[in-house]
Design a protein around this ligand. Structure first.
Ligand code: RIB
Length: 304
């Protein structure tokens, strides 16, 4: 039986337009295409972990609309256990995404049903958490629930990963001791640490600063520049595999899900980092969030 990853977080329907560039304030641009694609950082990480070899359970909420049904069915089709994905009255979470010709994106999310993932809902899913080897959280559901989840995951002795995305403010100080791996991107690392991250040196400084807050280890993802891994003894740069990027949406989610799946399967941290990096690199060569996430066989073929 594969090891078990439990993802606590968001499910969104992504409303994606491609345009030559991102619009400026007050500007109307003519777009090139529009697609409706399953996403949400939590669901993307669940799909990544499942495609990359883990047994996965999702804990979250969708709305009573058509999007909610599609999002839930999409996860079930990946073999993801959705017994703890509740359906609440109202709209599912959505993300409005523009992707430009340089493969960069801009995203606005509206929480919808993700806002209903309360500590009580989590308590009702405690048996699911108990069965986990690795538990992953992000920040697209209420902070009070994330804190509750991290604390419970630590009590249960699980490997705890927080992808602090999106980051709009400092994390509550008590959270840090509950986290084994904090995985921000450069802008999230800057918000959390107060260090402007614009180079490998400043990424290392931000990671060191976050380590001093009490987190186990820090991985600052840096897009095409790879990532910076801080483990308390040193900061190590891992360059990214070089690929031609089409769409970077969900690259970070693919890294987190792949990293978690590899850890759950018993790989060491360095192996898990490299595995997650290959998965993320493959994801940016394809469009969309969940459709872009590679399978275990594709990652193995890339590395062999
Ligand atoms: O990380 C990418 C995801 O961010 C998208 O799928 C979108 O739903 C937003 O949550």
């Amino acid at each position: 039986m594969p090891a078990k990853v439990v993802v606590i977080g968001s499910l969104n329907m992504d409303l994606v337009t491609r345009a030559p560039r991102l619009p400026r304030g007050g500007e109307t641009l003519i777009g090139q295409s529009f697609s409706t694609i399953p996403g949400g950082k939590g669901a993307n990480q669940a799909v990544a972990a499942a495609r990359l070899g883990a047994q996965v359970s999702m804990v979250g909420c969708v709305g009573s609309d058509a999007y909610g049904q599609q999002l839930r069915e999409g996860l079930l089709a990946e073999g993801i256990d959705c017994q703890a994905v509740g359906v609440v009255d109202g709209s599912s979470g959505v993300a409005l995404i523009v992707v430009d010709d340089n493969s960069q994106n801009a995203i606005v999310i509206v929480a919808g049903a993700n806002g209903a993932l309360s500590p009580d809902v989590l308590d009702n899913a405690d048996a699911v958490l108990q069965g986990a080897d690795v538990i992953i959280c992000q920040l697209e559901v209420p902070d009070i629930t994330v804190g509750h989840a991290l604390k419970r995951a630590r009590e249960l002795g699980k490997i705890v990963i927080l992808n602090p995305a999106p980051a709009s403010h400092a994390l509550p100080a008590e959270w840090y001791a509950w986290i084994d791996y904090l995985v921000p991107n450069e802008s999230e690392a800057a918000v959390l640490s107060g260090v402007a991250v614009d180079s490998l040196q400043t990424a290392a400084a931000a990671a060191t600063q976050l380590m001093s807050a009490g987190v186990g280890k820090v991985i600052v993802t840096l897009g095409a520049q790879g990532l910076m891994f801080a483990n308390g003894a040193s900061c190590e740069h891992f360059p990214a595999p070089q690929v031609k990027a089409l769409d970077t949406t969900a690259a970070g989610d693919t890294f987190v899900g792949g990293f978690a799946a590899a850890l759950a399967a018993g790989k060491n941290e360095v192996e898990a980092i490299r595995f997650g990096q290959v998965a993320a690199a493959l994801s940016v060569t394809r469009a969309g969030a969940q459709p872009s996430i590679p399978t275990l066989q594709e990652v193995q073929a890339f590395t062999s």
